[in-house]
Design a protein around this ligand. Structure first.
Ligand SMILES: *[C@@H]1O[C@H](CO)[C@@H](O)[C@H](O)[C@H]1NC(C)=O
Length: 279
């Protein structure tokens, strides 16, 4: 009873102050958590717009754990610096770690409108802030576009990482959940690899066969018939519109015509000579 009466006796402005204080604490706490954007395979492309600082970390890495509070404090400055601060858990996002070529942890990237620069300075809040605020990133060479995380090449690498992660997951589940020995799992993967290779090979052969058939196209060898009489070879040079089937008949006729023409010519020449001598 005494406690209640004391509570009631508390001046209302003090209660209000308490409520405000806790509300403020709650806001600060939530805001601090929200300031570091979590980036995943599905929404990492949001860092291609505007200015970002992104940390790649793993929960098991001690250096990452040391950096965590600094990174959150730095993220609180994000609004003032007009940048966004994000983080990627490489144990969850193997594809992204492949895409960004993360070989050491933690790795920090500065991203400005799709240009990627690796941050190699010391990992203190002041250095992060000055890197952005004093534009120290200008002195760092950006990652070349052909091997940038948003390039085609790195998309392929990202797929390889995802496939290898999937293989590892399957291997773990085979050996742990089904109790199959490790060599059994290896044999299974070897078999799957060989079968997949055969299938891909067959598909490739099929596609090449469709696109460029092994047999030469019809009529390919026709112009190189060596046993043709010379008159026929000459005829090939002349543009003809006749159907191949009709050729033989007409050839004979034409040969006859040629013969006649020659006779005519001879006759004409003789006539002319006769004329010339007569004059
Ligand atoms: C990306 O997706 C994750 C998981 O869905 C979410 O927690 C995070 O807030 C998203 N980040 C951005 C920048 O949209």
């Amino acid at each position: 009873m005494a406690a209640i009466s004391r509570e009631n006796a508390r001046p209302p402005f003090l209660t209000a102050l308490c409520v405000l204080f806790f509300a403020a604490q709650l806001l600060v706490c939530c805001a601090a958590k929200k300031n570091v954007a979590i980036l995943t395979e599905d929404n990492w492309t949001s860092m291609l717009e505007g200015e970002w600082m992104v940390e790649f970390y793993a929960p098991w890495c001690p250096a990452c754990r040391n950096l965590q509070s600094t990174w959150e404090e730095f993220a609180d400055w994000g609004e003032d610096l007009e940048i966004q601060v994000g983080k990627v858990d490489v144990t969850e996002e193997a594809g992204l770690s492949g895409r960004f070529g993360v070989t050491s942890l933690p790795t920090i990237y500065h991203v400005l409108d799709g240009e990627f620069r690796k941050y190699t300075g010391s990992r203190t809040k002041d250095d992060f802030i000055s890197f952005v605020d004093d534009k120290k990133w200008e002195k760092v060479e950006p990652v070349e576009s052909w091997k940038a995380p948003n390039s085609f090449l790195m998309s392929c690498v990202s797929w390889l990482f995802k496939i290898s992660m999937a293989v590892r997951t399957v291997h773990t589940s085979i050996t742990e959940d089904y109790g199959i020995p490790v060599w059994g799992s290896y044999c299974l993967f070897a078999a799957v690899t060989i079968v997949a290779g055969l299938l891909i090979g067959m598909v490739l052969v099929f596609i090449t066969d469709c696109l460029c058939p092994a047999a030469p196209p019809k009529g390919f060898y026709e112009p190189i018939q060596m046993d043709m009489p010379p008159t026929k070879v000459k005829r090939e040079d002349r543009p003809t519109t006749e159907e191949p089937g009709e050729e033989e008949e007409e050839e004979e006729e034409e040969e006859d015509d040629d013969g006649d023409a020659e006779e005519d010519n001879d006759a004409n020449i003789r006539k002319r000579r006769v004329k010339a001598t007569a004059e």
